[in-house]
Structures are given as structure tokens and as C-alpha cells.
Design a protein around this ligand. Structure first.
Ligand code: GAL
Length: 398
């Protein structure tokens, strides 16, 4: 071996070591699915600095922070105009972003913000196109800990490219991936750990390229709304995606609607059950100053949250379906399994399933998560009565 080949070998080894280190830092940013609150589902385009500060206060006073909800994420519509140097200023509803970040941090919480790889956000505000490094540096200077990066107007750019170059279908895809990668690199170059969340509505399988552009999570579908049908449609679309999730990289079936008032208690219970089985990021989307006790009980149930946050980092999947009845399971640490029974029928139903058919030929010891009761050992046929649009959630130990 010559001196120069030894030197090249050592340089390569060093680069490999650094990339492993960087990779693990990226993983540590979201070793378990991120948890917090986001302004969009309730406040949408009306959100103000006062609303975000109040959400931070309420995360603390309700116990949500201590239950794990630490990100305070300001979604779209905070942006004002860029000045002659290209610096983006917040609009009049956000007088001082650094002060807002400091306030959030003083409560032991983290601050999230929103932008788009396109020229405009979905709300028609300024996006980051052409200003990626500048914006990332500004976020870091403010003390931002999380960026949601929403495709929005870049979809138009992609369509335009497709019309111009119909024979090169890969070009529009490359335009989008390059744009997401550019911001991923810009965030990493700030030296501040900023969790990178892609919002691309699940087109073009972001679970396959998300980790490669530096993201810790990516939306898998279009937007959720506060209806049972939409929530269930999104949940069903997660079947088969489990293998793409793990520590540092999560599928995101969108934010929670619990507490926004248009689903029944059982429907919200189904929403929480499915999201924890899916190891989904848990981003509450309600007005925290008006949380009912039942909604608090769902959002802050310790055992349900522990399923979502289990250190094994496995996403659950649908293992059984028959008509309006489905069974989802999620492997947990310690050889346990979380098992959810979902009744999507519009009336109460009695269901029976042979435990052997869902992976427990010798039966299991059952713990009912929502009632907190141990049910002892069960095997063979297991019968339950589940309310309309309701659910049962168990931890099975073999
Ligand atoms: C949508 C996104 C929503 C919200 C909204 C803001 O594209 O999916 O979660 O961020 O834009 O305009």
C-alpha cells in the first residue's frame, strides 16, 4: 500500500465515521415519534402570537407537557414580506419571533415553524424557494426546533415542468426531491438540531426518500379533518407502511383532531388508539384552553402514550379485517404486543376473533388499556361488544 492510498483510506474512514455520527444525531432528534401541538387544525389562518403563547401556557398547566407533548408548532400564515436583502419578516400578528421562541423555551417546550419549498405556502404566504439557507439560518437564530415543510405552490412548478417536458417524467420528481434535500442540508448546516417534517401529502412515496433528504417524519396522506370518515380513511391508508418507520424516521398520518368537537367520544378514542398503534407523531390540534375532561383523558392516557412512544420504535399494522371489524397490532418492547379492535360499523356490534388467527395460538395475558384493568389469560375465541365507531385496546403478553 502506498502512502497516498493509506491517506485516502484514512480520509474515507473519517468521512464514514462522521456520517455515522451525523446519522445518529438525526435519529436522536426523533428517537420516538415527536409529540406536541400545532396551530393549524383549530386556529388555521387566524393564529396570533398570543394564541401560541397561550398554547404553551396550557401545555404546562394541563399536564400535556409532562405527558410528552413538547413541540409548540406554529403552522402557516405567520409570514410577512421579504426585505431588499431577502430577509423574511413575520407579519403584524407576530411582533417578535425570537421573543416568542424564548417564551416557549422558558416553559421547557420546543418551538416549531412552517414553510414551503415553493414560492408560496398553501395559505398564499411567502415560501422559502431561493431563500433556503437564509431562512434556515434565521430559524436557527430565532431558536426554532422543528420545521414543517409543505409542498404547496411547488406542485404548480412540477405541473409546469411536466407540461414543458412530457417525455421526462423524472424531472418533476427530481425538482421536488432536490428542493426537500436543499432545505434538509440548510437546516443541518445551521448546526442547530432542527427536526425536519415533510408535508407532501403522501404522493410519490415520501417514506422511501424522506430519510435521504434528512427528514425525521413525512406526511403519508392529504389533510385530516374533524370527521370520523376522513380519520378512518387516513388510518386505512397506513396499512403496509410499517416497514418504513423506526427510530428517527416516522410516517405521519397528520395531526390529531381530538377536542375539536365534531367527533363523538368513541370516535376520538378510535383516533387516539389508531395513532398510537401507528407510532404516529402525536401533534394535538385543539384549543388547549377549552379541553374537556374526556378529551384530556384520551390525549394524556399514559398507557396509550407509552404504546406510541415504545422504545422498540415499531409501527403497527392491520392484521385482520372482516367487514366492519379490523384488528391492528403493534410489537412492543419486552415481547408484548399492543392490539386494537376497531368497529367501524354505525351501530354497536358483538365481535369474535380467534386469538390464534391474529398471532396468539397459545393465547396471552390481556391488559385493557382504556379501562386500565387486567383481564387475565385468554385463548381461543375472544368475544367483545364494541360501541358504534368504537374501539378496544389491549396489551397482550405471551
Ligand atoms: C396544508 C397542510 C396542512 C396545513 C395547511 C396550511 O397543505 O397539509 O397541514 O399546514 O397546508 O396552509
Amino acid at each position: 500500500m502506498t502512502i497516498s492510498s493509506i491517506r485516502s483510506f484514512l480520509v474515507l474512514l473519517g468521512a464514514l465515521f462522521l456520517s455515522v455520527l451525523a446519522g445518529s444525531a438525526q435519529t436522536r432528534l426523533a428517537a420516538t415519534p415527536p409529540m406536541g401541538w400545532n396551530s393549524w387544525n383549530h386556529f388555521a389562518e387566524h393564529v396570533t402570537d398570543a394564541d401560541v403563547r397561550s398554547a404553551a401556557d396550557m401545555l404546562v398547566s394541563t399536564g400535556m407537557r409532562d405527558a410528552g407533548y413538547v413541540y409548540v408548532n406554529l403552522d402557516d400564515t405567520w409570514q410577512g414580506k421579504r426585505d431588499a436583502q431577502g430577509v423574511l419578516h413575520p407579519n403584524e400578528r407576530f411582533p417578535d419571533m425570537k421573543a416568542l421562541a424564548d417564551y416557549i423555551h422558558s416553559k421547557g417546550l420546543k418551538f416549531g415553524i412552517y414553510s414551503s419549498p415553493g414560492a408560496k405556502t398553501c395559505g398564499g404566504y411567502e415560501g422559502s424557494l431561493g431563500h433556503e439557507d437564509q431562512d434556515a439560518q434565521m430559524y436557527a437564530a430565532w431558536g426554532v426546533d422543528f420545521l414543517k415543510y409543505d409542498l404547496c405552490s411547488m406542485q404548480g412548478d412540477m405541473r409546469k415542468l411536466k407540461a414543458e417536458q412530457p417525455n421526462n417524467p423524472d424531472d418533476e420528481y427530481k425538482l421536488m426531491i432536490d428542493a426537500y434535500r436543499k432545505m434538509g442540508k440548510a437546516l443541518q448546516a445551521t448546526g442547530r438540531p432542527i427536526l425536519y417534517s415533510l408535508c407532501q401529502y403522501g404522493m410519490d412515496q415520501p417514506w422511501k426518500w424522506g430519510p435521504g433528504v434528512g427528514a425525521q417524519m413525512w406526511r403519508t396522506t392529504d389533510d385530516i379533518d374533524d370527521t370520523y370518515n376522513r380519520m378512518m380513511l387516513i388510518a386505512s391508508a397506513q396499512a403496509g407502511l410499517a416497514k418504513y418507520a423506526g427510530p428517527g424516521h416516522w410516517n405521519d398520518p397528520d395531526m390529531l383532531e381530538i377536542g375539536n368537537g365534531h367527533m363523538s367520544y368513541d370516535e376520538y378514542k378510535t383516533h387516539m388508539t389508531l395513532w398510537v398503534l401507528l407510532a404516529a407523531p402525536l401533534l394535538a390540534g385543539n384549543d388547549l384552553s377549552k379541553m374537556s375532561e374526556p378529551d384530556k383523558g384520551l390525549l394524556m392516557n399514559k398507557e396509550a402514550i407509552a404504546i406510541d412512544q415504545d422504545p422498540l420504535g415499531k409501527q403497527g399494522d392491520r392484521v385482520w379485517q372482516s367487514g366492519d371489524f379490523s384488528v391492528w397490532t403493534k410489537p412492543l418492547s419486552g415481547g408484548r404486543t399492543a392490539v386494537g379492535f376497531i368497529n367501524s360499523a354505525a351501530d354497536q356490534r358483538d365481535f369474535a376473533v380467534d386469538l390464534a388467527e391474529i398471532g396468539f395460538p397459545k393465547g396471552a395475558s390481556l391488559h385493557d388499556v382504556w379501562s386500565g384493568r387486567d383481564l387475565g389469560r385468554r385463548s381461543g375465541r375472544f368475544n367483545q361488544t364494541i360501541p358504534r365507531h368504537g374501539v378496544a385496546l389491549f396489551i397482550f403478553s405471551k
